[in-house]
Design a protein around this ligand. Structure first.
Ligand code: HXC
Length: 532
């Protein structure tokens, strides 16, 4: 028989849970109210607000919600009794599963101690186990000073997992506040770093330490602000105008990525007409008549990928090479394209490193690579030689040579010297290589070649009072016609054919269809030794 008196006084299970949650959150809110106010006054969202913004509405399942901060092993008094400096859990983006952690600057400045570290480690392990992408939202003062070696150790455990996850699941970092000290290296190990303009900074040692050690005066923004890392250092891949822009970019970026290295990438409905259209015919007009006149390669990219699908990555760093995602027949492709309107599209150290890391990402996640080539060569100069263009330029060679995803390369204009080889050449392992009739494939450009090959003739012409520039131009044009012609390369089978620009899109569509079943090579040995 039911005991009515007990029923009326004992709270039900759901009441007990609700009561615990309410008391817990009240305590958290109470202890953090001031810090949250400060956070908002800086134009920054709180950790949970950011998660809500990033994930599909209502999809977030928090893990370790009730985990409590423990007093430091070193007995230092840490004020706040509830929560710790990170919120972790699962959710969806466009209906696809992701794991997420969001550092909470309102608790110990988002610093990483034992409990916060363990929470991040747990969610990373979950992501690795279930093979879903992981997104980290960073806002942290680095290793928690009160927790000494324990804090440092947790960083080590996180870095180990970042590395284990590399090439297995996509890893995206969104930096929304400071990422100081150890906090920078987890993002550095991830595939994409998004930084919010004006409110995010990344640095290993801050302005005060720099001033004390070297005497150099530098502000936080100049040292490690979002613009610096997007434009100068190349640490970041996207400069977000504000936090909403950052979360939106992350959501869009994810729409090009598979869940993991062995999963099929997302496929969107797309109608593909293989007939040559007016849009295709506009490709015939892009290359200027003069070889020295630049053009914008993104117009060629836009003409190849599904309309509106091009998403540029790292646009501000080394703009002489363009990298990004697009879709062809609704499936993701990666684009690497030299950009003739920036430094004439020459390759330098920054461009090589930018493209190499992207090639390796695409290869790891099975995304086909389309390469567009118009490169006059490597940038000459002591600056490049002394900062390691040999060692660092070799990264792109290595990345292409190692890649086993479908590779299609189109040479639109100049493909000179080492730059011809490195930019997805047939000889490095590309599956299909085509050239436009405007292509020039040679050891070097006509002018340079003539200066070496016809030095004596040019001298004689000068002595005979002839117009040397006119002679040089005639010889250079003969050289370009006789030696650099793409038809010669095609005759020798060095490339697979010469195509009309208007046919490029349809050739690429057919090529990608044909390469759909290409089996990736399994590397021999433990791993290669890419020049780092
Ligand atoms: C513990 C920290 C902290 C940290 C900040 N806080 N950083 N607590 N450990 N590392 C606390 C502050 O004491 C303060 O607490 C609250 O967080 C907010 O910090 P503020 O300084 O008031 O905020 P702000 O002015 O916005 O400055 C943010 C900051 C600055 C630039 C990040 O706090 C800072 O310089 N912190 C130290 C950065 C650092 O040197 N970290 C260690 C790096 S070494 P209250 O209670 O006052 O609100 C490292 C080694 C790892 O990480 C190496 C692995 C490879």
């Amino acid at each position: 028989m039911a005991d009515d008196s007990q029923n009326s006084t004992t709270p039900s299970t759901s009441e007990r849970i609700a009561d615990y949650k309410a008391r817990f959150h009240e305590a958290v809110v109470e202890s953090n109210a001031l810090a949250q106010e400060k956070q908002h006054s800086k134009g920054k969202k709180t950790a949970r607000e950011r998660i809500d913004e990033l994930l599909d509405l209502g999809s977030f399942v928090e893990l370790d919600e009730f985990v409590r901060h423990r007093t430091s092993a070193f007995g230092m008094d840490q004020k706040r009794p509830y929560g710790d400096a990170v919120v972790t859990g699962l959710g969806t983006i466009h209906g696809r599963q992701v794991a997420v952690f969001s550092q909470d600057f309102t608790v110990f400045g988002g610093s990483l101690g034992e409990v916060a570290g363990d929470k991040i480690i747990k969610i990373m392990d979950f992501a690795l186990e279930t093979k879903v992408p992981i997104i980290g939202i960073l806002d942290s003062g680095g290793a928690r000073i009160q927790e000494g070696v324990i804090a440092l150790g947790k960083y080590g455990e996180i870095f180990k997992r970042n590395t284990k996850a590399s090439g297995v699941i996509p890893q995206i970092s969104i930096v929304c506040g400071p990422a100081a000290g150890g906090a920078v290296y987890s993002p550095a190990l991830t595939d994409f770093v998004i930084m919010v303009d004006k409110t995010s900074q990344m640095f290993v040692t801050g302005p005060d330490v720099i001033k004390a050690v070297t005497g150099e005066d530098v502000g936080m923004e100049e040292l490690g602000g979002a613009l610096t890392h997007n434009k100068v250092s190349g640490v970041a891949h996207y400069l977000a105008q504000d936090e909403d822009d950052a979360f939106n970019y992350a959501r869009v970026l994810l729409s090009y990525l598979p869940d993991n290295f062995s999963a099929e990438g997302p496929q969107y409905a797309a109608e593909t007409d293989l007939e040559i259209t007016d849009r295709d015919r506009r490709m015939n007009e892009i290359i200027p008549d003069s070889a020295s006149v630049p053009y914008d390669v993104t117009t060629i990219i836009e003409g190849i990928v599904d309309p509106g699908s091009f998403l540029e990555v790292q646009p501000l760093f080394a703009p002489n090479i363009v990298i990004g995602f697009g879709r062809v027949e609704g499936r993701s492709v990666g684009i690497i394209a030299s950009q003739p309107n920036q430094m004439a599209g020459t390759l330098n150290i920054d461009a090589g490193e930018k493209a190499a890391r992207f090639v390796r990402f695409l290869d790891a996640f099975g995304i086909p690579i389309i390469t567009l080539v118009d490169v006059p060569g490597y940038l000459p100069g002591t600056d490049q030689e002394w900062t390691g263009v040999i060692r660092r330029g070799a990264k792109l060679l290595y990345a292409y040579a190692e890649a086993s995803v479908p590779l299609i390369t189109v040479i639109t204009r100049k493909a000179y010297g080492g730059a011809y080889i490195v930019m997805g050449s047939k000889q490095l392992g590309a599956d299909l290589n085509f050239a436009w009739p405007t292509a020039e494939i040679a050891v070097m450009g006509g002018q340079g070649a003539v200066n070496i090959l016809y030095r004596n003739d040019l001298k004689k012409a000068e002595e005979a009072g002839e117009d040397v520039n006119a002679v040089r131009a005639r010889l250079a044009s003969e050289y370009t016609y006789n030696v650099a012609s793409p038809f010669l390369a095609a005759e020798r089978g060095e490339i697979d054919g010469v195509i009309e620009p208007a046919a490029t899109r349809s050739v690429i569509v057919k090529g990608l269809r044909a390469l759909r079943n290409k089996t990736p090579r399994t590397p021999e040995g433990k791993h290669g030794n890419i020049p780092l």
